[in-house]
Every structure is written in C-alpha cells, then in structure tokens.
Write a protein that binds this ligand. Structure first.
Ligand code: NAP
Length: 249
C-alpha cells in the first residue's frame, strides 16, 4: 500500500492525476487552496474505489515554508513513509509586464511555483527515504512548463520559477539517488482552467497554429507522462516535454 501526495488536486491536471495515479489500496493526500468542494468530490471518488483519501488545505503563495511544513507534519501523523510526491499546484496569479511588476506578485508567483515544491520535497525527505527503505524506491515528480525554456512574456516570474524547478529537479535527483527518483513533466498548452481569465483567446489561437499535432493538450496527456515515469526504473533528473511539438528539444 503506497502513500501518495498530489498538490493542486482540484481541477485541470491535478484532478486528472488524482483520479488516475492512485491505486485502490493507496493512502492519498490531496492538497487544495480555494476549491475544497471539488477536492472533496475527487476524494469521494477515490474512497469509492477503496483508497483512503485525505484533504489538506494550503496556500503556497503566501507562506510556502509554513504551509509545506504543516503538510509534512499532517502526513507524518498518518504514517511513516511517502512513496510519491507530485508537485502539481502552480499558476500565473496575474499577468504583468516586467515594467509593471509589483514585488508581491513576483514573490507570490515564485513561492507558488518554485519555493513551495522545493520546501515540500525538503520537508518530505525523511518520509520519502522511509519509503525507499520499505519499498526500494520513492518518486518526486514536478510539473513544470514549456515556459521554463521559452520565457514567458507578461508572466516572467512564472517562467523563471518553472525554469528553477527544472534545475531543482536535476540537483535534487543527484542528492537523493539512488532510491529517490526526481523527474519533471513539462506541459505545453493544456486545456484547463489555468488559461481561463489569464490567456486571451487570440493567444490560444496563435499557440494552436504553432502546434504540429493540431490541437491543445488534455490533462490526460500529462497523466500518461507521469505514469510513464512511475513505471520506468531508469529515469531520474529528466524533464519530459508534452507539448504537441510546440517546443522541440
Ligand atoms: N494548463 C496548462 O496549459 C499548463 C501549461 C504548463 C504548465 N502547467 C502547470 O501544470 C500545473 C497544473 O496546472 P493546471 O492547468 O491544472 O492549473 P489549474 O487548473 O489552474 O489548477 C491549479 C491548481 O493549483 C492550486 N493552487 C492555485 N493557487 C494556489 C496557492 N496559492 N496555493 C496552493 N495551491 C494553489 C489550485 O487549487 P484550488 O483550485 O483549490 O485553488 C489548483 O488545484 C501547474 O503547475 C501549471 O503551472 C499548466
């Protein structure tokens, strides 16, 4: 029986991960920020399939260290190991050009997309190491972004944070191997609430025109990449791009 933690498990990619990655006998922790009702629905689905599902509220933008430390304490109170940590929560918060950026937005964006995943991995390290002792392996999977390489005009702190998260993936993988595997999945444009209200429709059209596969991605495309990493015994420090060919690396 594994213990799995998925952050941002309410909508979009996180909801799809939460519905698919846990096995029926797993203990699953689902983090949410504002959307408790959606998270509760997903937890109920998991419970109906036999899993134990727990909700954890956290605001990673405001207090990434306190919020992630509290999560570690709560999971530690339920058990003494963590097999899979998926750092999925993230977002742009507000689109601003650099010349109009305010410190609070920059700091909160970097907290949400970089500091919180790093501190969660830090605070979870003892439980991940305990899973290695018991099962031979534990996994940290960071959901980054195409913006890590392309740059992100009007959301530069977001792109910079995701680039930092990819670099953290490599450094942490080297520190905690061989038992703990650390990998990233880098989504391109995925059709989720992420874009509602922050990405203009004409921008979505321009991105679509530059995407060789001819459509935007679905959350399930990211789930497939995460499942691939978890099934593979010879990957660590990798970034798996899932972007329809929009960015070829
Ligand atoms: N969709 C894309 O095109 C795309 C592209 C590249 C990368 N990504 C990355 O993929 C991941 C998932 O994105 P998505 O498209 O599924 O986004 P989404 O639908 O907007 O979901 C974002 C998730 O993050 C949580 N969250 C937001 N602010 C938070 C905060 N301050 N503290 C803690 N949690 C917070 C939300 O929780 P509540 O709902 O409870 O508020 C929600 O569960 C993100 O890391 C995103 O950067 C997405």
């Amino acid at each position: 029986m594994r213990t799995v933690l998925i952050t941002g498990a309410t909508t979009g990619i996180g909801a799809a991960l939460a519905r698919t990655i846990p096995h029926s006998e797993d203990t699953v922790f689902l983090q949410y920020h504002a959307n408790r009702a959606r998270c509760e629905e997903i937890a109920d689905e998991l419970r109906s399939r036999g899993a134990q599902a727990h909700l954890i509220a956290a605001d990673f933008a405001a207090d990434p260290d306190g919020a992630t430390r509290a999560i570690a304490t709560e999971i530690g109170a339920h058990g003494d190991y963590l097999n899979v940590l998926i750092n999925n929560a993230g977002g742009i918060l507000q689109r601003r050009t650099v010349e109009n950026a305010e410190y609070e937005i920059v700091a909160e964006t970097i907290n949400l997309n970089l500091v919180a995943p790093m501190m969660l991995a830090t605070h979870m390290s003892p439980l991940l190491a305990a899973a290695v002792k018991r099962f031979g392996r534990a996994d940290v999977i960071n959901i980054t972004s195409i913006a890590a390489r392309s740059g992100s005009p009007t959301s530069t702190p977001y792109g910079a944070a995701k680039a930092g998260l990819e670099n953290f993936t490599r450094g942490f993988a080297k520190e905690v191997g061989p038992g703990i595997r650390v990998n990233s999945v880098s989504p391109g444009v995925i059709d989720t609430p992420f874009h509602h209200g922050t990405t203009p429709a004409d921008q979505m059209e321009r991105w679509l025109a530059a995407t060789p596969v001819g459509h935007h991605g679905k959350p399930e495309d990211i789930v497939a990449a995460v499942a691939f990493i978890l099934a593979n015994d010879f990957m660590s420090g990798a970034v798996v791009p899932v972007n329809g060919g929009f960015q070829m690396i």
